[in-house]
Design a protein around this ligand. Structure first.
Ligand code: ADP
Ligand code: MG
Length: 603
């Protein structure tokens, strides 16, 4: 073996990898730019977004600005004005300190930085594309900084592909904006989306005013002021009364020293604070600001995650619980009486949720596919007449058998691939490729075992040219192939003539199948029995069947609902329904028991 496999990555690659840590989507760019503006002491910040941020994000502030040298340094990796030593991290009072964000963003976008410190008469403009500085010039500009980020991931197609629709990215951008607008009521903010102003927030404002602007008047009415201080730990903000709870924690905004933060201990404390007034599975809405000595918080857990760690978690927990509880029970806060009435969100009938915008009820008309209790060998499975069937009941279970299900209903498809099924036991996800492979594989191997597999003659025989080693393998196993329904003959050289294929494979090209088969036959396995295995016809048969079925399944990019339903029935009757011939799972189960548990419905 020659050496030279290991080499040091180029700076360009290194920065792209590093950028991946920080910049995931337009919203992460906005987060970093907003934090920089806040750290720069800005009083006004304007955010402009085009095409969900995919096309452009521009953040303009009136903060301290940078001189030319600092601007050039700012876009370097590990360049920061916020800390000097590792010890500084312990008492960092700014939002940033890693010195990574601007470099990361510049590495994966076209970035223009325009900035001027108050004492300078002219500003500096830097134009950077994919981490390369294209232009440094002196410009006239207001005091402060404007960072324009265009064409995010223009040079990282793999990343660009992971971006979601414009609407989704915009939703994340707006959520980020909202979070920082709540965190900084002292900062005036404006958000302009595709040329239209969507939010304008004057300052200074109170938290309540911000909540009203961003989340609506009615929510504000259900919030109670939180004010608590003990031993250098201050908890302030607004806590929601139980009747504005949510099923998730998305309404919980917690800021630790001005930084949007989360920590398991905080989630815990909030659950406990509302214990007894919120049913399990419901979460309060609240806006909490925790302030403490920076040395009491570790914010260096992860570059982008909000997770923080507290040096004295117990004290934080107690303070939060006490702060929230006293807010809820203060006079004029919650009614102190009738905690029983808080058990359920007002007006909601527990256990029943009507969703009005669920797409077509026709999904309920797909038939249940009963499985004959005893599959009589080889008989074609009978599909029930298609037509309206009532949604199946979650009834008493039939005794568990060998089969994955007794009846099954195709609910739909997700991700353009996976089939969602409902069975008597729960929800099942099926990989139709893997399932199809399994079904074909068993069909083909059984036909061979029973005699000779049915062969489908090709209308036009194909010649297939293989690589020399592949040709060798195929030639070695020509007899097995013929027995399995392959009309293959040696055409000389590395070429074969194919005039028939196993009928069960359906429409597939001879070349695709033969290449796959050759490759699979080359998989010799390892160990001492390698030679004997290679020589065993059974081994070859299995390899051929595996490869042929995979090729056949790959060729199918469309299946009708009818075919999927047939597949569901066939799979349930397979001898080994749970894995494809290559060992990948065909089905993933999520039982009703498990769902109930996850939704906290266990009684
Ligand atoms: P960090 O914020 O962790 O220090 P960044 O890469 O985000 O790292 O920024 C690098 C440096 O550039 C900052 O430390 C700061 O000195 C400067 N900087 C970035 N954005 C601004 C801004 N909007 N106004 C003034 N200075 C800025
Ligand atoms: Mg920063």
């Amino acid at each position: 073996m020659g050496g030279g496999r290991i080499h040091i990555l180029s700076d360009e690659v290194i920065s792209q990898i590093a950028a991946g840590e920080v910049v995931e989507r337009p919203a992460s760019v906005l987060k970093e730019l907003l934090e920089n503006a806040i750290d720069a002491g800005a009083r006004h910040v304007e955010v402009q977004v085009a095409a969900g941020g995919r096309k452009a994000i521009v953040v303009t502030d009136d903060g301290c600005g940078m001189d030319r040298d600092d601007a050039l340094l700012a876009i370097e990796r590990h360049a920061t004005s916020k800390i000097r030593s590792a010890a500084d991290i312990e008492r960092v009072a700014t939002l940033g300190f890693r010195g990574e964000a601007l470099a990361a963003i510049a590495a994966v976008s076209r970035l223009t930085l325009t900035t001027r410190p108050a004492e300078a008469i002219a500003g500096t403009r830097l134009v950077v594309a994919g981490g390369k500085i294209l232009e440094v010039s002196e410009v006239g500009c207001p005091v402060g900084t404007s960072v324009e980020v265009r064409h995010l991931f223009f040079n990282v197609p793999a990343r660009r592909k992971f971006l979601r629709t414009e609407a989704t990215e915009l939703a994340h951008v707006r959520q980020t904006f909202l979070t920082y607008a709540l965190a900084q009521p002292g900062l005036a903010l404006r958000l302009v989306v595709d040329g239209t102003e969507v939010w304008r927030m004057p300052a200074p404002a109170t938290l309540e005013e911000r909540v009203r602007l961003l989340l609506g008047e009615d929510l504000t009415e259900s919030l109670r002021p939180v004010q608590h201080e003990r031993a250098g730990l201050r908890v302030t903000g607004l806590a929601g009364t139980p009747h504005v709870s949510r099923a998730d924690r998305a309404g919980q905004y917690v800021f630790v020293n001005g930084r949007p933060a989360s920590a398991p201990i905080l989630a815990h404390a909030l659950r406990e604070a509302y214990q007894g007034v919120l049913p399990s599975g419901r979460h309060a809405i609240l806006f909490l600001f925790l302030e403490m000595d920076p040395a009491q918080v570790d914010v260096n857990v992860h570059p982008t995650k909000r997770e923080v760690r507290f040096r004295r978690p117990g004290e934080v927990r107690d303070a939060v619980i006490e702060a929230v509880r006293s807010a809820l029970t203060a006079p004029g806060g919650m009614r102190a009486a009738a905690p029983a009435a808080w058990g359920r969100p007002a007006g909601a009938e527990v256990g029943r949720v009507e969703i009005t915008d669920i797409p077509p009820p026709r999904t309920f008309q797909y038939p249940r596919l009963p499985l004959a209790p005893e599959p009589s060998g080889g008989a074609a499975p009978v599909l029930p007449e298609s037509g309206a069937t009532a949604p199946p009941e979650r009834g008493p279970k039939e005794p568990p058998g060998e089969r994955p299900w007794v009846w099954c209903r195709v609910v739909g498809q997700v991700g353009g691939l996976y089939v969602v099924l409902e069975t008597e036991d729960g929800m099942v996800l099926m990989d139709p490729h893997a399932a199809h492979e399994r079904v074909l594989f068993e069909r083909l191997t059984q036909e061979v075992l029973r005699g000779r597999a049915a062969s489908q003659r090709l209308l036009v025989p194909e010649t297939v040219r293989l690589s020399p080693t592949d040709a060798l393998r195929v030639r070695e196993h020509l007899a097995v192939l013929q027995e399995m329904g392959f009309g293959v003959s040696d055409f000389g050289g590395d070429t074969f003539l194919v005039d028939g294929l196993p009928a069960c494979l359906g429409e597939v090209t001879a070349a695709a199948v033969l290449r796959n088969v050759a490759a699979e036959l080359a998989e010799e396995g390892s160990g001492t029995d390698r030679k004997s295995r290679r020589e065993s016809a059974a081994w070859a048969r299995e390899q051929v069947a595996r490869a042929a079925c995979r090729a056949a399944v790959k060729a199918r990019t469309r299946l009708t609902l009818g075919e999927i339903e047939q597949l569901v029935v066939d799979l349930a009757r397979a001898a080994m329904p749970y894995t494809c011939p290559h060992g990948r799972p065909t089905l993933i189960f999520m039982g009703f028991d498990e769902l109930d548990r996850k939704f906290g419905r266990t009684s």
